[in-house]
Write a protein that binds this ligand. Structure first.
Ligand code: ADP
Length: 643
């Protein structure tokens, strides 16, 4: 039977010995250190950067070896000063100027030069590969985040996500480069120095190592405590950045409601929490450092006391004591490195844990294994008895929805706020999963088509007309990755925004602020429409996309759509009857159910609710001809409908 202890294979015969080794291993937490260095999503980089790491390691060992020559030189100088002669290579030489230059200074210069070059090489190798790992992991995380479903972004906060990309990645990078380095340095330099010390005097070496063993044990305990503290600190930092990000996005609302003080107080509370978490962490880390220093100093005390006595007894000479102290000084850094490694592994494991959690999150929207691509989609749509509930939702948002749209039809979707209009088009774009046999595109079950194909043949103007912080030109040509300026201009003209754009100082080269704040709501809507028109897709979906434009602009846009999209399917979600009354077909949706489907005239004749809605909107429009479309909607809302 096999046992695995700290990565080492043991057989049954070794069981008893292995068990005590395991206890020893637990104290030193070697396994946990290795878990940090060889964690999930990190292993592959050790293979990829193996040549660089091996060169770095060789340079490190060389530096460590050179470093341990220096105490021997100390010994020779001290003994030379004391007795005027030096033991060198088995013979006794006079301690004179020639000896100092040839046997002390020249080797010292060689040691210094080798160490300078060696240190440069290992730093470049270790830290360089750490940075490469960070860069690669960041790209991987970004690509993964792009695959994640919309529901992930509804549940996770942007600020939190951002901290994965900044704080956590930096910590992992630190641990990859420096963690490997410290581990190897502690191992090689520590081992070499201990061997040299043991060769000089075994008992003195054992005395010196007792406090070190205690240090490792206490370091392991403090390390575990620090990991929790770091994890908490990262969470609090993420909350703080979340809050700041949300406040800056909603600054207009905060100002309009004069809630600056309230927000500031809330921010201060989070900031204080962040401060407390940081102070707690620094306290733990200081405790660890002070403990290390105390142990190191206690060892010096032992060496001076017991070593001095050995000199007194004639077991050691003064030069040998200095040499022994030199070796111990050389292992102080590896010991410090171990303490830093414990601290780093605490942080690194917590951060790597968060990154692993992100990378382990499975995208909900993935192609089924048997999907088949199609050469073309012409825009025929069928919903067949679809009932849909949002993941984690408590009620069905759509109930037994059935309707068909022929390729090339202009369709209006109308209904109260919350009746399920946006959900309908989201499902069409495969933002959420639907049961098989409920949505068809040109007769193909939507689940049998690759998601990318479905989206390739659709252009979408979402309610949140998100624009990138880029030029207007690049925003409009987003779907086509740049392209012909003539086409960009034509799209802008069809969306009736060309004149607004040419009115800006830099025209199409005008850079929009974050989320397009430098343009008005109506201009934003029309730039978003132009972006969708540029795609010239078989299906165009506009979700409440003309709500912020006046009636005459709306008419221009609708006329242009009719003219330019002949033969292609257009779906327009709207609040105003006037927006959709000229459409080939109107789908009237009420509380998730299809209440009626037909032309405007047909619905007036056959659907009482539709007729009432039309009357209500007419009354509102007639009541105040100057009232804005939005206020008419809200008035209708108050009377029991938003139309
Ligand atoms: P409409 O576009 O007609 O205003 P929606 O399709 O946006 O309506 O919403 C229909 C219903 O689905 C509403 O009750 C809304 O609260 C709910 N809903 C919308 N999005 C989600 C979501 N991501 N998770 C759960 N429920 C949702």
């Amino acid at each position: 039977m096999l046992y695995w202890i700290n990565g080492i294979e043991y057989r049954e015969a070794d069981r008893l010995g292995a068990a005590s080794f395991l206890r020893f291993g637990k104290i030193f937490q070697t396994k946990e250190m290795l878990q940090l260095l060889f964690g999930k999503y990190i292993n592959r980089y050790y293979l990829r950067y193996a040549p660089t790491l091996i060169i770095g390691l060789a340079a490190l060992i060389l530096v460590d070896y050179m470093q341990l020559i220096v105490p021997e030189l100390y010994k020779m100088v001290i003994n030379g000063i004391n007795s005027g002669a030096v033991e060198y290579g088995g013979e006794t030489l006079a301690f004179d100027m020639n000896f100092l230059l040839d046997r002390i200074c020249l080797p010292m210069i060689f040691v210094i030069l080798t160490m300078v070059v060696g240190r440069f090489v290992w730093r470049v190798c270790f830290f360089g590969s750490g940075i490469k790992v960070e860069t690669d992991l960041r790209s991987r995380m970004f690509a993964h985040c792009e695959e994640l479903s919309q529901s992930y972004y509804q549940d996770s906060k942007v600020g939190n996500l951002m901290s994965y990309f900044t704080n956590d990645l930096e910590t992992v990078q630190d641990c990859f480069g420096s963690g490997v380095l410290m581990f190897c340095d502690a191992l090689f330099l520590g081992l070499l120095a201990v061997i040299k010390m043991a060769r000089m005097n075994l008992l003195l070496t054992l005395f010196s190592l007792i406090p070190m063993a205690l240090l490792m044990a206490s370091g392991a305990i403090v390390g575990r405590y620090m990991m929790k503290k770091w994890d908490y600190r990262q969470k609090v930092t993420a909350d703080l950045s979340d809050f700041a990000q949300e406040s800056f996005s909603g600054i207009a609302v905060i100002k309009a409601f004069v809630k600056e003080t309230k927000e500031l107080m809330a921010f201060r509370r989070l900031n204080r929490k962040n401060e407390d978490a940081n102070v707690d962490y620094v306290k733990a880390s200081t405790l660890l450092n002070i403990t290390v220093t105390a142990f190191v100093e206690s060892v010096i005390c032992i060496i001076l006391g017991y070593g001095g006595w050995l000199v007194h007894e004639g077991v050691f000479n003064a030069g040998q004591l200095v040499e022994f102290i030199g070796y111990f000084t050389a292992i102080v850094w590896p010991i410090m490195a171990v303490s830093q490694l414990i601290e780093m592994q605490s942080r690194g494991k917590a951060s790597l844990g968060r990154i692993t959690e992100l990378l382990d999150t499975k995208p909900e929207m993935v192609d089924k294994p048997d999907v088949e691509d199609v050469p073309e989609l012409r825009g025929g749509i069928e919903f067949r008895d679809l009932t849909f509930r949002y993941p984690g939702g408590e009620f069905d948002v759509l109930k037994n929805v059935s309707f068909t749209i022929k390729p090339g039809e202009n369709v209006g979707i109308i209904g109260r706020t919350g009746s399920g209009k946006t959900t309908l088009v989201d499902l069409l774009l495969r933002t959420y999963n639907v049961p098989d046999g409920t949505i068809f595109l040109d007769g193909h079950d939507i689940n049998s088509l690759p998601i990318k194909t479905v989206r390739k043949y659709a252009a979408y103007v979402p309610q949140d007309n998100f624009l990138f912080s880029d030029t207007i030109e690049n925003n409009i040509s987003f779907a086509t990755d740049g392209g012909n300026f003539q086409a960009i201009e034509t799209a802008a003209k069809n969306a009736d925004v060309h004149e607004n754009i040419t009115g800006f100082g830099l025209g199409y080269k005008t850079v929009l602020g974050e989320r397009g704040v430098t343009v008005s709501g109506g201009q934003k809507q029309r730039i978003s429409i132009a972006r969708a028109l540029m795609k010239d897709a078989a299906i165009l979906i506009l979700d409440d996309s003309v709500s912020a434009v006046d009636v005459s602009t709306e008419k221009v846009i609708l006329d242009n759509l009719k003219k330019n999209r002949a033969g292609k399917t257009t779906i327009l979600i709207a609040h105003r009857i006037t927006t959709v009354e000229g459409m080939d077909k109107i789908i009237f949706i009420d509380d998730g159910k299809i209440a009626a489907v037909g032309t405007h005239a047909e619905l007036i004749d056959t659907c009482r609710d539709y007729r009432e809605m039309v009357e209500l909107q007419r009354l509102n429009d007639a009541g105040d001809s100057t009232v804005s479309a939005e206020s008419a909607d809200s008035a209708a809302d108050k009377k029991g409908g938003d139309l």
